[in-house]
Design a protein. Structure first.
Length: 288
């Protein structure tokens, strides 16, 4: 049957809940609307993340009217609909202590809503027109407000393999949403085949490997409740997925750059043009 696209998800507001779609336009910075908004500290402009504010996971952004407005919802608080303002007041913002430019503020209603939900003075900003931010890795590519790469790819086989280990150790399996993937692949023959896919094509889109996805504390957060629910899956990942080249951080999934834009749909067959060893299948040596 081969490898296919099992699911597609974009995350309108960095750190908040995702939106599953059947089809998506994929541009240089990833799936359309992915991480194009970001919540920042109202004073210093630093980004907010589930790392320190797990409650963000339970915030449900929904883009309406073709992206012209956005509804923000969370349990226990009245939802609000805000107009998206590409020309809002420019606000200096930063990611990981690095300035990323002046980004359009999305107004008082959004700021007050997020401040109430998160219990800290916050502002909502949008990627500005002409935004140009580089990723890093084997193929760096361009990126919006995602940590450092355009697309996160995970295979169902990788999750199944992880959950088998967790259950064998007496734990409860975790859902895919803990890993906040953009593209989930079905049909991979082995767990973590996505690690060694150097070029892959699906629909009209071509992706190139950037780096394995290094994991922090976010997979410990229950994405439905916004509460920490550790120690899994990080505890089990630490037993077999440490990356010596990156300070022994654990990895799960692969980050990729977009090298050809196009449209991607659930069910699209995936052609792996090249694996890390140059072979058509990672379990066989490259032919000389």
């Amino acid at each position: 049957m081969g490898i296919t696209v099992q699911s597609l998800t974009y995350y309108p507001v960095k750190g908040c809940a995702g939106t599953a779609v059947g089809s998506a336009r994929v541009g240089a910075m990833g799936l359309e609307h992915d991480r194009t908004f970001m919540v920042v500290d109202a004073v210093d402009g630093s980004f907010r993340s589930q790392r320190r504010t797990p409650a963000m996971a339970a915030v449900r952004p929904e883009l309406l009217d073709g992206g012209r407005t956005m509804r923000l919802s969370a349990h226990g608080i009245e939802s609000v609909v805000v107009a998206v303002d590409p020309e809002g007041e420019p606000r200096p913002v930063s990611l990981f202590d690095k300035p990323v430019g002046h980004c359009p503020d999305q107004g008082e209603d959004a700021a007050e809503w997020f401040s109430q939900v998160l219990g800290a003075k916050s502002r909502l900003v949008r990627v500005p027109s002409g935004f140009d931010r580089d990723g890093w890795g084997e193929t760096p590519g361009k990126v919006a407000f995602a940590d450092a790469h355009a697309v996160l790819v995970v295979s169902q086989a990788s999750l199944d393999g992880l959950n088998a280990r967790i259950v064998a150790a007496g734990g409860e399996p975790v859902p895919m949403d803990r890993f906040r993937a953009n593209i989930v692949l079905d049909g991979c023959a082995e767990p973590h085949d996505e690690d060694v896919m150097r070029r892959l094509e699906a629909g009209g889109v071509r992706l190139a490997h950037s780096v394995r996805a290094l994991r922090c504390s976010v997979p410990l957060v229950d994405q439905r409740t916004g509460l920490r629910a550790g120690p899994e899956p990080v505890r089990t990942l630490a037993t077999y997925r440490r990356e010596p080249a990156y300070d022994n951080k654990v990895s799960f999934g692969a980050k990729a750059a977009v090298v050809r834009e196009g449209t991607l749909s659930v069910g699209d067959p995936v052609l792996v043009e090249r694996y890390g060893n140059g072979a058509p299948d990672p379990r066989h040596p490259a032919s000389s």
